[in-house]
Write a protein that binds this ligand. Structure first.
Ligand SMILES: [Zn+2]
Length: 264
């Protein structure tokens, strides 16, 4: 059984052939995860789904216990994580409702517990490519297989939130090469690397970022439509993954801690 973690991505029950396999509430040395892990079987895959912001969506991005969430996946034996998140579009080519597979990322967060190794060991994981190249290919193939449109690549800048960005900040992020902005990528992605779990990030553009489309107002209909399109895209990608993922991992994520200890 290939164990795949899913963060976000609701409505999995409506995937053809998906079988609910119970839920697990975990406790970890880093505290409680945001929600129970709900298991769904499909093909050779067992998908463990967690709500990053809690089941009632009451945990803001800067208060999410990222360490507990990722550690919980590790305890369950998950080897790959695919996330589905909402972002603001900085790149003007991203229309509302676009699905974007992040290619790299910039961390503008602060004050978040961002490592499993706070004391006792000095660990520096490599994050040159924050996303697993093999899992990214698998997600692209899965989307292609099911006819989901997915933009390949783009830089995700992660702000601390919970406030939205100023127009000047977005202008700066654009100059730095960012294509989309969100609040949850860090430290989630680097903790996954510390846990030697492959990680790929699918993002739905729910609105243009501050100042990107100042002359037009976003309508509620657009947001609803974007949300519905994203849920459909997520279901297609998860369904496709169940057909193409292989148990064995050929990437370097599984050995991410090798050579990462600076201990003397
Ligand atoms: Zn990997």
């Amino acid at each position: 059984m290939i164990k795949v973690g899913i963060i976000g991505g609701s409505g999995l029950e409506s995937i053809d052939g998906m079988v609910f396999d119970g839920e697990t509430a975990l406790d970890t040395p880093f505290g409680a995860p945001s929600s129970p892990y709900r298991a769904y079987g499909l093909g050779d895959c067992l998908f463990y789904v967690i709500s990053r912001h809690g089941d009632r969506h009451v945990i803001p991005p800067h208060s999410v216990n990222y360490r507990a969430n990722i550690y919980g996946f590790k305890l369950l034996g998950v080897t790959r994580i695919v996330t589905f998140s909402a972002v603001g579009g900085i790149n003007p080519a991203y229309g509302t409702g676009s699905l974007v597979l992040a290619g790299n990322a910039i961390d503008f967060t602060g004050g978040r517990a961002n490592s499993f190794y706070d004391e006792g060991s000095c660990v520096h994981v490599d994050l040159t490519c924050p996303f697993c190249p093999d899992l990214r290919e698998d997600v692209k193939k899965a989307a292609g297989l099911k006819g989901a449109e997915l933009i390949d690549g783009g830089v995700y800048v992660c702000t601390n939130g919970p406030r939205f960005e100023t127009a000047a900040e977005i202008k700066m992020f654009a100059a730095m090469g960012a294509d989309m902005v969100g609040m949850t990528m860090f430290p989630e992605v680097s903790l996954a690397r510390e846990a030697e779990i492959c990680y790929a990030s699918v993002n739905v553009v729910t609105n243009p970022a501050a100042g990107v489309a100042a002359e037009r107002a976003l309508t509620a209909d657009e947001v609803t439509e974007a949300g519905a399109g994203a849920a459909e895209g997520a279901r297609n990608i998860i369904s496709g993954l169940s057909e193409i993922l292989k148990e064995e991992r050929g990437c370097r994520c599984k050995d991410a801690l090798k050579g990462s200890f600076a201990d003397k």
